[in-house]
Design a protein around this ligand. Structure first.
Ligand SMILES: C[S@@+](CC[C@H](N)C(=O)[O-])C[C@H]1O[C@@H](n2cnc3c(N)ncnc32)[C@H](O)[C@@H]1O
Length: 299
């Protein structure tokens, strides 16, 4: 149902709400993001306050409901992406709910690494093989892989049925559901029939050391799914499991690629070396210069 908001009243409240955000150390741009989505006003109109002369701005919430949403953001530190039910990621707007991790900008680089690796002449055939996104969450990685690899059968696995439902919905929204099979289970478990047949595995697994989770920003620690964060005592449980199990599933020459956090890359590099089934092991940094990704190839 369309609601109507008075421009003067909106401008007055916006200024006060921006100040509240600043006082709490939050980015006031988040408020405009909320307003853009709820009222359809664009960034320029908000910045120049050209809407103040309008007496009836169409919106999907009335002003009281907008105020209540913003209070939830401020008081509970509820992420604005969950308030809106969507988040931008690469070329997509993805549905998100507290069942899934909000996809992060740094994770976008995983797709650039895949693209770069596929440009190598010896990897041409990989673009037609099976690919898997292990721990798909919102489906962000799987959707981008499907877009990048139109000839590849794609698999997206998550332990959480609620997360898979969100990922599946996202694949339908973007017309990619035919290309991706969504499977519930632990890592490779639902893919037993495809042992040795994967051209690529991409994963952003949980990697936060358990005791560090309460110290994360309240938006993350209080509201994002613990199953998406908790990497065990040292944060390496899932990463180690992926090192140890992938050789059974990757074909010779298949790509192994993960995201991890600062300080973990050399440990995972060492484990890949010890495992003995990988070659061309490399560490890559994110845009902030943090060693964020490790890739390798199955011997
Ligand atoms: C860090 S989140 C990544 C989500 C998404 N791929 C992204 O990059 O935004 C990790 C995901 O792994 C899933 N997960 C955790 N343990 C798992 C397991 N044993 N098997 C499959 N998925 C698992 C979680 O449910 C969560 O969706």
């Amino acid at each position: 149902m369309t609601e109507w908001i008075d421009g003067q009243a909106l401008a007055q409240w916006r200024r006060m709400a921006q100040q509240q955000a600043q006082d709490q150390g939050l980015d006031p741009k988040e408020l405009d993001w909320l307003l853009q989505h709820c009222t359809g006003l664009d960034r320029l109109a908000l910045h120049l306050e050209t809407f103040t002369t309008q007496t009836a701005i169409p919106a999907n919430h009335n002003l009281d409901a907008l105020k209540a949403l913003w209070q939830r953001r401020l008081q509970n530190r509820y992420p604005v992406q969950y308030l809106l039910g969507k988040a931008p990621w690469r070329q997509f707007w993805l549905r998100v709910s507290p069942a899934v991790l909000i996809p992060r900008p740094e994770t976008e680089l995983l797709i650039d690494i895949v693209q770069e690796q596929l440009e190598r002449p010896e990897n041409q055939a990989l673009a037609r093989g099976n690919w898997v996104d292990l721990g798909t969450g919102s489906g962000a990685i799987a959707l981008s892989l499907a877009d990048l690899l139109p000839q590849a059968p794609l698999y997206a696995v998550d332990k959480s049925p609620e997360a898979l439902a969100v990922a599946q919905q996202n694949s339908q929204d973007w017309g990619l559901s035919e290309q991706i099979q969504f499977l519930q289970g632990s890592w490779w478990e639902p893919l037993a029939q495809l042992r040795g047949q994967f051209a690529g595995m991409v994963s952003n697994p949980p990697y936060i050391p358990r005791q560090e989770i309460p110290q994360l920003q309240p938006e993350v620690a209080r509201h994002e799914p613990i199953a998406a964060l908790d990497g065990g005592l040292d944060g390496l449980d899932c990463l180690n499991q992926l090192v140890d199990t992938a050789p059974d599933y990757l074909q010779a020459g298949g790509l192994w690629l993960v995201e991890l956090m600062a300080g973990q890359a050399p440990l995972i590099q060492a484990r890949l070396e010890e495992q003995g089934c990988y070659h061309s092991i490399q560490i890559r940094r994110d845009l902030a210069g943090i060693e964020r990704f490790v890739l390798a190839y199955r011997c």
